[in-house]
Structure formats: C-alpha cells, structure tokens
Design a binder for this molecule. Structure first.
Ligand code: HEM
Length: 224
C-alpha cells in the first residue's frame, strides 16, 4: 500500500469510527457524570453588543440548515430521492442552498470570532477552549464553503462520490474511502477537521447544542 493510500485509508476509513466512538463514550460520560457542567456560558449577559447578538443569531440558524444539508446531501440513500430528483438537480440544490446557508454561517461565525478576540469584557471571561472552538468552527465553515465551490466546478460523479463514501462508512463497508481518495485535499481537510470537532464535542461547551434542545423539550412536556 502506498503512503497516500495508507493516509487516505486511515483518515477517511478509520478516523470516522474513532471519532464516533469517542463522541458517544464522551457524550454518555458527560451526561452521567458531569451533567451540571453542560452550559454555553452565554456572552450576551456580559456584553450587550448588537454585533454579538446578530452574529450569534445568524450562526445558529444557518448552522442548523447546514446540518440538514449534510444529512440530505451525504447520508440520504439514492432510492429515497431518485424517483423525484436527478443527481444533477441534487448537485445544483447542494451548491445553491449550501452556498447560501454556508455563507450566512460564515458571516455569523466571523462576527463571533472577532468579538471573542477583541471585546474586552468577553476576553476577560474567555478560556483557551472558547478561542480554540470558535477558531476551529471558522476554519471548518470556510473549508466547507471552499468544498462547495469545488463541487460547482466538478462533475456530478465527483459530487456523488462524497455521498457514496459517507453511506459506505455508515454501513461499515471497509473500502469506502476509495470513493473520495482522488478528491481535492480541501474536501479531505474539511472532513478530518469535522471529525476532530466530533472528538472534542463532548468535552467542550459544544455539548449545549444537543442538551439545550433536549432540556427545552423535557421542560415543555413536564407541563402536561
Ligand atoms: C465530519 C463530518 C463532515 C463531513 C463528512 C462533511 C462533508 C462536507 C462536504 C462533502 C461538503 C461539500 C458539499 C458539496 O458538495 O457542496 C461540506 C460542506 C460544508 N460543510 Fe461539512 N462536513 C462535515 C462536518 C461539518 C461541520 C461540523 C460543519 C460546521 C460546523 C460543516 C460545515 C460545512 C459548511 C458550512 C459547508 C458548505 C455549505 C454546505 O454545503 O452545506 N461541516 N461538508
């Protein structure tokens, strides 16, 4: 096996399972053992900055759309949409909706990053983790948008290869990494950085993304 095949096999074949393993084990540990530490430490109590409010609003709504875009674009099997949508239409939708939602997410996270690094009151309460996570998200979104740009310049077969890979990984097919082994390095950096975010997720404030909606739903149903 060549060095390049070895690296592709490790990062696109094994890393997804390592990342999800750490994610689920860490998630259970955090919920069971350290539930009271799950919070977002909102900076909106510290600073009444309007930019912060808009940055946060744009980022959170756009990232939810990006999440559903990934679910549909990568993990939805062909038979679900083949009867009403061609692969070319799906590619066009991914490019148009992906650029829009990704663009808004980039705007939001850029505002949040600038505020995190420059607002004196926010800096005073920020930990290393806060700077690191926001920078990682900024990088991830920029790489994602760059990937979408590359998709707009490539063939429909290249676009479909990312979905074939993701679904192969989900079904434990060991050679799935070969689907995307020849794609541009930008896609691979986006994927590897994405799995790094998954690995860090349970040990950081990102946990609020899952726990706040769950707590909200539980509180809502307690009323009945
Ligand atoms: C490890 C899991 C991930 C995989 C496999 C993945 C894969 C991809 C792929 C293949 C694209 C290009 C879509 C196209 O062809 O147009 C993309 C785009 C994008 N990704 Fe990811 N991604 C992952 C995680 C993330 C995370 C955690 C974020 C944000 C925090 C993110 C944000 C974006 C954005 C903003 C875009 C551009 C807009 C869009 O197409 O939705 N991705 N991603």
């Amino acid at each position: 096996m060549s060095t390049s095949d070895y690296l592709n096999n490790f990062f696109l074949g094994y890393l997804p399972y390592i990342a999800f393993g750490v994610f689920f084990a860490g998630f259970i540990y955090r919920v069971v053992k350290r539930n009271n530490t799950i919070q977002a430490n909102s900076t909106q109590f510290i600073s009444k900055d309007r930019g912060l409010y808009w940055g946060s609003l744009l980022f959170h709504y756009a990232i939810i759309l990006v999440f559903f875009g990934h679910l549909f674009g990568l993990l939805t099997p062909k038979w679900v949409y083949d009867w009403f949508m061609s692969h070319e239409t799906k590619r066009m939708l991914a490019i148009i909706l992906g650029s829009l939602s990704g663009g808004v997410a980039l705007l939001g996270i850029t505002v949040l990053t600038i505020r995190r690094f420059t607002n004196k009151r926010i800096c005073a309460t920020s930990k290393f983790q806060d700077y690191f996570i926001v920078s990682l998200l900024l990088l991830q979104i920029a790489l994602g948008l760059w990937s979408t740009y590359l998709t707009s310049q490539s063939t429909v077969e290249e676009y479909m290869s990312a979905g074939n890979w993701a679904q192969g990984v989900a079904l434990f097919k060991p050679d799935s990494w070969r689907f995307i082994a020849d794609l541009d390095i930008v896609y691979k950096l986006h994927i590897v950085n994405g799995f790094l975010i998954f690995i860090l997720f349970p040990f950081t404030k990102l946990m609020h993304m899952i726990m706040i909606p769950i707590r909200f739903a539980l509180d809502y149903f307690k009323k009945f």
